[in-house]
Write a protein that binds this ligand. Structure first.
Ligand code: ZN
Length: 430
């Protein structure tokens, strides 16, 4: 590295809306544009999924950051390049889209920004706390439609993957194709999935025959392939067949599938609104499926109870929940978003059944002489065989019922899984 170089980090958030765009694409274009002006991308750009329970989120709640080596004195020039791209590409006409761009000078991130980032994945943070950090660390910023996006942009700047990381390669469509149906050759996806299964994940749902790598939103993304390591990703992408040309692609380091949003809690009273938690508890009542196909049941711990929900889109996962019985010991994972007029409810992401309660019924013993089921003579008066009249006393027999569910881990199907939620069997790197 030459003496004249310095580093900048650029963070971007909230450029998309339900009608289009994708913040990863905005970052992809920023990296290209900064590159054309002499800035060099340093390492992978980061794709950080923020608190999925945040009520302000637009779609997947992704914020992006990238580090660049630049000539000393050029920092402001590169920031202006980035803001131009954000102004040009963001869905500014959408009132809930609040784009923001931040630039931090230097390669090392101050500790309080790292702490802010770690917290932004788990909790709700205020715009004021982001602005305080901007002032303290001389961070340049630009926001549109209000300052809300500053929180995510700041979170992207300092994120250090405390729960591990995965990668995603994202291929983009040419602009003329945005909003048109994506035609991805199914056989090529299945073949890629088979060939890269030790590295990639979530490519194809074999139960619903659904291609998982292509989104359904009118955004610039053609496909995204997720993996626990990056080496397999370019080959995986290049093996796919599309009925259109790939306009560009990029690999991002992400916190997807790391469970970094989950806060372990010891008691139900510790669960804060708009967070995701994991808690060990006991099943309180029989589960029930209500109108709309949503399945509910209650757990209890230390005299407090909490409703669990497996909503209709979790499909076959509801059948697992329906097999639980009072007394079963479980560890649950889910998010708590309070809603007016509804009991406190945890929206389930996955569940570990630690111990199934024993159920069964007591019955009269079998006659030791002829093998017939004996009849009770009344309370504490013993039994008599209806066939051979043999009499005896003794305790009733316990006949355990065979439970359908066994101890083990159960999760929602991948189509209903959150970006941050870690599949139980995925070996995420730390
Ligand atoms: Zn008998």
């Amino acid at each position: 590295m030459q003496d004249s170089s310095s580093f900048i980090k650029i963070g971007v958030d909230d450029t998309d809306s339900p009608d289009g765009m994708c913040t990863t694409y905005v970052m992809h274009k920023i990296i290209q544009a900064v590159g054309e002006k002499g800035g060099k991308l340093y390492g992978f750009p980061n794709l950080v999924r923020l608190n999925p329970s945040c009520p302000y989120k637009t779609r997947g709640n992704a914020a992006l950051s990238a580090t660049f080596a630049v000539n000393a004195g050029d920092e402001r020039k590169h920031f202006d390049v980035a803001t131009d791209i954000v102004l040009k590409l963001s869905e500014i006409s959408h009132p809930r889209t609040n784009p923001a761009v931040l630039m931090l000078k230097g390669r090392d991130v101050p500790v309080d920004i790292v702490e802010f980032s770690r917290s932004a994945v788990k909790r709700m943070l205020s715009v004021e706390s982001a602005i305080r950090l901007m002032k303290k660390h001389d961070i340049a910023g630009m926001a549109i439609n209000g300052p809300r996006g500053m929180v995510g942009a700041m979170a992207a700047l300092g994120y250090d993957f405390p729960s591990g990381y995965t990668y995603e390669i994202i291929a983009y469509r040419s602009e003329g194709m945005w909003g048109k149906p994506r035609i991805v050759d199914r056989e090529s996806v299945i073949k890629m999935d088979m060939q890269t299964r030790s590295c990639t994940f979530d490519n194809y749902d074999y139960t619903s025959s659904e291609i998982k790598i292509a989104p359904h939103t009118p955004c610039p993304v053609l496909v995204g392939i997720r993996a626990i390591d990056y080496q397999c990703l370019e080959t995986a992408l290049k093996s796919l067949k599309f009925e259109e040309r790939v306009a560009g692609y990029r690999i991002y380091k992400t916190n997807q599938a790391t469970d970094d949003h989950i806060i372990p809690v010891a008691g139900i009273e510790q669960i804060e609104p708009y967070t995701s938690v994991t808690i060990e508890a006991t099943v309180k009542n029989l589960p029930k499926t209500e109108t709309g196909g949503h399945t509910f049941l209650y757990i209890e711990k230390n005299g407090r109870e909490l409703r669990l929900a497996a909503y209709e889109p979790t499909k076959q996962f509801r059948n697992i929940i329906m097999q639980l019985r009072p007394g079963d010991r479980v560890r649950v994972y889910g998010s708590y978003n309070p809603k007016d007029g509804e009991p406190e409810t945890l929206n389930l992401e996955k569940i570990e059944v630690l111990e199934v309660a024993q159920y069964g019924r007591l019955s009269n013993p079998v006659c030791p002489v002829c093998g017939h089921r004996m009849k009770s003579e009344g309370k504490e008066k013993g039994y008599q065989c209806p066939k051979c009249r043999y009499r005896m006393t003794g305790p009733k027999e316990f006949k355990p019922e065979k439970r359908v569910i066994t101890a083990g881990v159960y999760e929602v199907p991948s189509r209903a899984r959150r970006h941050l939620s870690k599949p139980f069997n995925l070996a995420v790197k730390k």
